[in-house]
Design a protein around this ligand. Structure first.
Ligand code: MRU
Length: 363
C-alpha cells in the first residue's frame, strides 16, 4: 500500500466524481473503502476517525469544502458554504491543517460570484492540497534519510527508530511524515528497525503503523506505550521520530498523547528526538504551545473499551476493560516544548526547533 502499491488514504475519482477514503477503523483486520458523498458524511468521517492524522485531516477538509460547494452551489448560497466550513472546523480542534485547508478554500472562493463555478474551483484546490501533501512528505523523506544514514555510517549496524502514534501514509496521503525517512532508508538498503508504540487508547501504532510497516516489509516491533523509557535507557533506540498535529512558530509541537513523555526520556538519555512535519502543520499565530494549542478531549469510552478481533472470532468487537463505575479521561494530544526537540524535518530541510530556525527555512 502506498509505499508498495498505488493506494492512497484518500482519492478523487474523475470518472464518477467521487471522494473515497480508507475507513481506518477496520484496519489492520479489514481494508474497507468508504465513499464520502456529502459534507455531513465528511464531518462524521473526521470526527469519528474513519480517517485521521493531521495532514490527511487537512486534505479531507479540503474535499469536504468541495462537497459543500456541490451542495451550496445548487442553491447559490454563500451562507450554506460558510455554515459547512464551521461544521468542518468543529470536528477536531488540535490539528491546524484542518483550519488551514478550510480557510484556503474560503479564500479561493471569496472572489467568485457565480455559485455554479464553486465546485470546480474547490475541487481544483482540493486536488492541489492533496498533491502538495504528497510532495511535501516525499521531500521530508529525502531530507530525513540523512539522519538515519549518518547513524548507520557510524555504527554499521541496524538503526533503531522509536515512533509514536501513526505518522505514516495513513495519516497523510502517501509516504507519511515520520515514516518518510524510514521508508526512504529502507528502500536505500539501510537496515532499519522501528519500535512502534501501541498508542493507547485508539492504538494507532499497533493497528496502523504496524500494518503499514508490515506492508512495506520494514522490520518493526510493537511495544506498550510505557516501554520506551526502558529501551532508551538500554541503548536500544538510536533516534526518536514522530509527527506533529500543530507546531508553533517557536517550535513547540502538539502530537499524540504520550509524545511528551518520550521526548523527556529521550532527552534524559541523550538520544535525538526529531519531529517530521509538513509546513501545513505550522501555526504561525502561536508562540507558546503548552498555553495556546487547544487539546482535544475525546469520548472517555475510547479508554473504557478496547476494540479488536477476539482470539477465536471473525468480527471486530469492543470489550470493556474498566470497572463500570470508574470514570475515565481521554486527552488526545500533548505538547512537547521545543527545548526537548533535537530538530524539525520539513519539506524545505532540517532546522532547529526555534523561531529563528523555522524562519530561516520559511521566511
Ligand atoms: O488522533 P490522530 O490519530 O488524528 O492523531 C494523529 C497524530 O497524532 C499523528 O502523530 C500526527 O497527526 C502526525 S501525522 C503525520
Amino acid at each position: 500500500m502506498s509505499e508498495t502499491k498505488d493506494l492512497q488514504s484518500i482519492w478523487f475519482s474523475e470518472q464518477d466524481a467521487k471522494v473515497s477514503i480508507i475507513d481506518q477503523r477496520h484496519l489492520p483486520h479489514l481494508l474497507v473503502v468508504e465513499e464520502i458523498e456529502s459534507v455531513a458524511a465528511m464531518c462524521t468521517a473526521i470526527r469519528e476517525m474513519h480517517l485521521r492524522g493531521a495532514p490527511l485531516i487537512g486534505v479531507a477538509a479540503a474535499y469536504g469544502m468541495y462537497l459543500a460547494c456541490r451542495e451550496a452551489g445548487k442553491f447559490g448560497s454563500r451562507g450554506r458554504l460558510e455554515e459547512a466550513a464551521k461544521r468542518l472546523l468543529a470536528t477536531r480542534p488540535t490539528a491546524v491543517n484542518l483550519a488551514w485547508a478550510v480557510q484556503r478554500q474560503l479564500d479561493g472562493l471569496a472572489g467568485i460570484e457565480d455559485p455554479l463555478q464553486w465546485p470546480a474551483t474547490a475541487l481544483a484546490a482540493a486536488r492541489e492540497i492533496e498533491a502538495e501533501d504528497i510532495e511535501r512528505c516525499r521531500r521530508i523523506g529525502e531530507h530525513g534519510i540523512a539522519l538515519i544514514e549518518e547513524i548507520y555510517n557510524q555504527t554499521r549496524s541496524r538503526v533503531n527508530v522509536l515512533t509514536h502514534c501513526n505518522a505514516g501514509w495513513l495519516a497523510c496521503v502517501r509516504h507519511g511524515t515520520a515514516t518518510a525517512p524510514i521508508y526512504a532508508a529502507h528502500h536505500r538498503g539501510i537496515p532499519v528497525h522501528v519500535w512502534v508504540d501501541e498508542t493507547r487508547p485508539r492504538n494507532q501504532g499497533a493497528r496502523l503503523t504496524a500494518w503499514e510497516l508490515g506492508q512495506a516489509r520494514v522490520p518493526h516491533t510493537v511495544i506498550v506505550d510505557n516501554a520506551g523509557g526502558h529501551l532508551l535507557q538500554h541503548g536500544k533506540v538510536d533516534l526518536v521520530m514522530v509527527g506533529s498535529d500543530r507546531t508553533t512558530r517557536t517550535g513547540d509541537v502538539a502530537n499524540k498523547i504520550g509524545t511528551y513523555l518520550k521526548a523527556l526520556a529521550a532527552n534524559d538519555n541523550g538520544i535525538p528526538f526529531y519531529v517530521a512535519l509538513p509546513s501545513s502543520t505550522i501555526d504561525w499565530n502561536l508562540r507558546d504551545g503548552v498555553a495556546e494549542i487547544p487539546i482535544e478531549e475525546r469520548n472517555a469510552e475510547e479508554v473504557s473499551f478496547v476494540r479488536g478481533l477476539p482470539r477465536d472470532g471473525r468480527e471486530i468487537a469492543e470489550v470493556r476493560i474498566l470497572p463500570e463505575e470508574s470514570p475515565a479521561a481521554n486527552y488526545a494530544f500533548d505538547v512537547t516544548p521545543a527545548r526537548l526537540i533535537t530538530a524539525l524535518i520539513t519539506e524545505r530541510g532540517i532546522c532547529p526547533a526555534t523561531e529563528q530556525g523555522i524562519a530561516a527555512l520559511f521566511s
